[in-house]
Write a protein that binds this ligand. Structure first.
Ligand SMILES: *Cc1c(COP(=O)(O)O)cnc(C)c1O
Length: 353
């Protein structure tokens, strides 16, 4: 496995090695099917088990009971930006905490008059806004729980009385999480769940019942709920992979264990940033993300050298998002603690040199 680097990429992100190894086998032949996972019917018995098993597993990990539908749709998290207001109306509150949140708010304009309840754009999204102008009568309140580009995260969600709709693309299943007050959450798979190609949508059945009916078939959540996410051919391989990742999380001790491990990883990395003048965290301390750790070098002209030297040591994917530059270490569930320890070691060496 010496050709596999420690991958700090923000997405698609690193996956557990045991999951990749299982997939390698199942690509050739899965179960009794006599064919690989990408070649079997999405209505055969082997796939029934994969599909239904994945949904059941994820619902357990998310703490979602029979009041919830878990759907797999396509088009990435970006398609949820319009699909949500298309189904529920766009007269909603949006908190603009980053690039993705801003895009989500912009799409809602096609279906209503979204309000910006708060924005931290003026300070380059370096924080979660503390002052919110919330409308309890809004159709919903949309938040991005973790801001993948800026490296900030909500540590406690605000409540307005309006149903909460959450983009959890980059921190789903990374820590214990309460569904109280939540009506819908969604996540593109490729950050913390699996490969690109499917988007998980968890929606409360009573909220779903309030969705519009007169919509293009494929864009209506009700279609996918009625058919168990098999109205048409689902993205079989990504769903299968998400199922393996869910099993892996459970084997690691579930989301509680993930949360503790992720906390230790983030603490170690932020301590390395705060421990040397060469490094400057981008996010305000109280808003720091446990998943995407962003920082600059006080001498920004050395950032390219930092990234190149890190790569020489097998530490890959550390370049910040193209819109902001700097350094970003994405430390999703599948990044082992030893990987973060190696990065911390490298940072100390680089700062001392
Ligand atoms: C990556 C990301 C998106 C966009 O996901 P796609 O699946 O590429 O459309 C949306 N929201 C957040 C928080 C993200 O991290």
């Amino acid at each position: 496995m010496s050709d596999r680097l420690l991958n700090f990429s923000a997405g698609p992100g690193t996956l557990p090695l045991s999951v990749i190894e299982q997939a390698r086998e199942d690509l050739l032949s899965i179960g009794e099917a006599g064919a690989g996972i990408c070649e079997i019917s999405h209505r055969c018995k082997t796939y029934d088990e994969v599909h239904d098993g994945t949904i059941a597993h994820l619902k357990r990990l998310l703490g979602a009971d029979d009041d919830w539908e878990l759907l797999f749709v396509t088009g990435g998290a970006s398609s949820q930006f319009f699909q949500i207001p298309m189904n529920f109306g766009g007269d909603a509150d949006y908190v603009v905490t980053g690039t993705w949140a801003k895009k989500a708010a912009a799409e809602a304009k096609h279906f209503g008059s979204p309000r910006i309840a708060a924005s931290s754009e003026e300070t380059k999204f370096d924080r979660i806004p503390s002052e919110l102008d919330l409308n309890p009568d809004a159709r919903y309140l949309h938040l991005t729980t973790n801001n993948t580009v800026a490296g900030t995260q909500w540590h406690e969600l605000p409540r307005s009385g309006a149903p909460l709709v959450l983009d959890v693309s980059s921190d789903i299943l990374s820590r214990p999480f309460s569904l109280e007050g939540v009506s819908l959450l969604y996540a593109g798979a490729q950050k913390n769940l699996g490969p690109a190609g499917t988007t998980l949508v968890l929606v409360r059945k009573d909220f779903l019942a309030s969705a519009k009916d007169d919509l293009p078939t494929m864009l209506s959540y009700k279609t996918h709920a009625a058919k168990g996410s098999r109205y048409n051919t689902p993205p079989v391989f990504p769903i299968y992979m998400v199922g393996l990742v869910a099993k892996w999380i459970e084997a690691q001790g579930g989301v509680a264990a993930m949360g503790e491990r992720n906390q230790r990883k983030a603490d170690a990395l932020y301590a390395a940033i705060d421990g040397h003048d060469l490094y400057q965290g981008c996010a305000e301390v109280g808003s720091r993300s446990q998943m995407n750790v962003t920082f600059r070098l006080s001498d920004t002209s050395r950032e390219a050298e930092f990234i190149a030297k890190a790569a020489e040591q097998g530490l890959a994917g550390l370049k910040g998002h193209r819109s902001v530059g700097g350094i970003r270490a994405s430390i999703y569930n599948a990044m082992p603690e030893e990987g973060v320890a190696k990065l911390v070691e490298f940072m100390k060496e680089f700062a001392g040199a």
